[in-house]
Ligand binder design. Structure first.
Ligand SMILES: *[C@@H]1O[C@H](CO)[C@@H](O)[C@H](O)[C@H]1NC(C)=O
Length: 246
């Protein structure tokens, strides 16, 4: 082997310089009478080990450098370095993450700002609504205090609450909005079921009568009732078969 021969030459030079140390370090070296005269298998083997060790160290060093470089590449390059509201610098470890306020935000996220002026991350396709995130196809509503809140897909704003899309948003006598469910309509300060009647009482306030019933003075008449009118023109319901009095 060429490397071994080269090492032997180097070893010979070394042996000439420091004969006792080298000879004493090797097994069987004491059998040699004169240094340099017995460059046997032990020395050759030792030299080969030295060369192999040096090569191994070199390999390890270049390998660890490569590992460090690739770690830098995956952890550093393209990774965001953020500074939070307290001035503390922090890393975003996720792929493609960006800074958003005191947090890291996923790629394609939306960075929102709350009423206090602090930024917070919302997910992909989400939008900002007041102090919260709103899912796609939601509605951002404002309540009576002017604060914004999100209503999910399929719902709409109604006063301070969300209402299902098929419902009715009604307004009571105080001007406040309230939701009535799908198929129902507004009647005074309440909701009226489909097929019902919206009646007006003696005070002029509207009230609903249920499905199949009709208005009768301050009340409703169902299928089992009749509406009577007294001499003063006041209408009132009685059970069917009952005589109207007065
Ligand atoms: C965001 O919207 C795009 C386009 O509509 C869609 O392709 C994607 O899947 C959405 N991402 C999420 C996380 O919903």
């Amino acid at each position: 082997m060429a490397p071994a021969r080269r090492t032997v030459a180097a070893l010979l030079a070394l042996a000439a310089m420091q004969p006792p140390a080298l000879a004493g370090a090797q097994d069987g070296a004491e059998e040699c009478a004169a240094p340099g005269a017995c460059l046997g298998e032990a020395e050759v083997e030792a030299a080969e080990h030295t060369e192999a060790d040096a090569l191994r160290v070199e390999l390890l060093q270049s390998k660890s450098a490569a590992v460090r470089a690739s770690a830098r590449l995956s952890a550093g390059a393209g990774r965001a370095k953020c500074t939070n509201s307290k001035g503390v610098v922090f890393d975003c470890s996720g792929e493609g993450e960006v800074c958003c306020g005191d947090a890291c935000m996923a790629p394609r996220g939306t960075c929102c700002t709350n009423v206090m002026g602090h930024s917070f991350p919302c997910g992909e396709n989400s939008t900002c609504c007041g102090d919260t995130c709103m899912a796609p196809e939601g509605a951002c509503c404002a309540n009576s205090q002017g604060s914004h809140f999100p209503c999910g897909k399929g719902s709409v704003c109604c006063g301070d609450v969300c209402m299902s899309e098929g419902g009715s948003c009604c307004k009571n006598s105080l001007g406040a909005h309230f939701p009535c469910g799908e198929g129902s309509t507004c009647c005074g300060d309440s909701c009226m079921a489909a097929g019902g009647a919206c009646c007006s009482n003696s005070l002029g306030h509207n009230f609903p009568c249920g499905k199949g019933s009709t208005c009768c003075g301050n009340g409703c008449v169902g299928p089992n009732s009749v509406c009577c009118t007294n001499r003063q023109g006041y209408r009132y319901p009685v059970v069917r078969g009952t005589m109207c009095v007065g």
